[in-house]
Ligand binder design. Structure first.
Ligand SMILES: [Mn+2]
Length: 335
C-alpha cells in the first residue's frame, strides 16, 4: 500500500500491519510525551509480532527510567538505517530537532519516514505527515493509530500506561487547556485497557527529591522578577544555584508551572544560559496573549500557549530586555 503525503490514522495503521522492521525516533532531549509515544509504539509493535527499535541518543531523565521498556539504541549508522523499512518519527516538529546525528538526517529521507505530531508548527518535513494540533499529546495520536489496527492487534496494559504517561505529562495532569473532551475519553479508554494512572501520577508528581523543592523555594524567594503589576513573571536560573542543589536541568520539566501557578500572571518565562545564548521557555494562561510568535521570532517555536526559543546574545540583562519588550507588546494588546 502506498501511503499518502497526509495519511489518516487508519492508513498509518494499515502501513504498520503490512510492513515490518521499524525505527522509532523523537526529538532531542525527550520529554514525557516523547518518551511515552516512542516506547508505547515500540511495545505495541513488538507485542504484535513486529520488529522495531527505538533510537535515542540522549540520556533519559531519572524519573522516566522505569518507563523505558524494551531498551533503546543510542546510535544507528547510515548503512543500518537503510535496513529499516520505515522511520516513525513522533512528537518532532522540525527535522533538525530530531534526536539523530546530522549525517543520519540526510539519509533519513531515503527510507519511508512517517512524521506523527501534534505541534501546530510542524514543518511536515517527511514523505508522510500526520499532524493533529487538536491532540493534547503525540501519545494521544498514537492511541488512535493503534486502535485502527485489526482486532487481533492488542493494546496491552503496558502500552496503555506508556500512552497515558505521554498524555499526563503534556496536559500537566489534565490541567492545561489542551485537555479536550476527546483527551479525557482517550484517557478513560486507557484506564479501561489497564493503564496504571495512579502509579503514573505518583511517580511523576508525588515523588520529587526534596532538594528540587528547596531549589524551587530559593528561586521563588530570591530570583523571581515581575513586570506589569505581576502579569509577566520570570526567573533566570543562576548556574551556581543548579550546582548548589545538584540539579540536572533535564529533570526540571514542569518547573515553569511554578510561575504559572502564581495568581495574576498572564505570561511567564524561564531563562537559562546556554553556549549559544540565553534559552527561554514561555507559557501563557490566556489565548488572548499568545506566545508562539515570540518564540518563532527568536529561533524557536511551539504551541500558542507553550513555546520556547533561544536569544543569541550572551548578556542576561539584554536577553531579559529583549524578551520583556516582546511580551509587553503582547500584553498591551487587550485588557
Ligand atoms: Mn508532545
Amino acid at each position: 500500500m502506498n501511503l499518502n503525503r497526509k495519511p489518516t490514522p487508519e492508513e498509518i495503521a494499515a502501513f504498520l500491519v503490512e510492513n515490518d522492521n521499524f525505527l522509532i525516533v523523537t526529538h532531542q532531549y525527550p520529554d514525557g510525551d516523547a518518551i511515552g509515544a516512542v516506547f508505547s509504539t515500540l511495545n505495541f509493535l513488538r507485542e504484535n509480532g513486529k520488529s522495531a527499535d527505538v533510537l535515542l541518543p540522549d540520556t533519559v531523565p531519572d524519573k522516566y527510567a522505569n518507563w523505558v521498556t524494551g531498551g533503546f539504541r543510542s546510535e544507528v549508522s547510515a548503512y543500518e538505517l537503510t535496513n529499516y523499512s520505515a522511520c516513525i518519527m513522533v512528537d518532532n516538529p522540525k527535522l533538525e530537532r530530531a534526536g539523530v546525528g546530522s549525517a543520519l538526517r540526510g539519509v533519513m529521507q531515503r527510507i519511508e519516514t512517517i512524521n506523527i505530531d501534534h505541534h501546530p508548527d510542524n514543518e511536515e518535513f517527511a514523505a508522510h505527515n500526520l499532524v493533529v494540533p487538536t491532540a493534547a499529546a503525540s501519545a494521544e495520536i498514537m492511541l488512535t493509530i493503534f486502535k485502527a489496527c485489526p482486532g487481533q492487534y492488542t493494546i496491552s496494559s503496558q502500552t496503555a500506561s506508556l500512552l497515558m504517561l505521554g498524555m499526563v505529562m503534556d496536559t500537566g495532569g489534565f490541567r492545561f487547556d489542551n485537555t479536550s473532551p476527546a483527551t479525557l475519553r482517550h484517557a478513560a479508554e486507557l484506564i479501561e485497557l489497564g493503564a496504571d494512572y495512579s502509579e503514573i501520577v505518583r511517580s511523576m508528581f508525588f515523588s520529587r527529591p526534596l532538594r528540587h523543592l528547596e531549589f524551587e523555594a530559593e528561586l521563588l524567594k530570591n530570583h523571581l522578577k515581575r513586570n506589569r503589576d505581576g502579569r509577566y513573571a520570570w526567573f533566570f536560573i543562576p548556574p551556581e544555584l543548579i550546582e548548589q542543589y545538584q540539579i540536572n536541568m533535564r529533570d526540571t520539566e514542569g518547573l515553569i508551572e511554578l510561575l504559572r501557578s502564581i495568581d495574576g500572571t498572564d505570561i511567564v518565562a524561564i531563562l537559562q544560559r546556554r553556549d549559544e545564548g540565553i534559552k527561554f521557555s514561555l507559557r501563557s494562561k490566556d489565548s488572548r496573549y499568545p506566545v508562539g510568535a515570540i518564540a518563532r521570532s527568536m529561533n524557536g517555536g511551539g504551541h500558542e500557549l507553550a513555546a520556547g526559543g533561544m536569544i543569541k546574545i550572551a548578556s542576561i540583562e539584554s536577553a531579559e530586555q529583549t524578551l520583556m519588550a516582546k511580551i509587553d507588546a503582547v500584553l498591551s494588546t487587550r485588557k
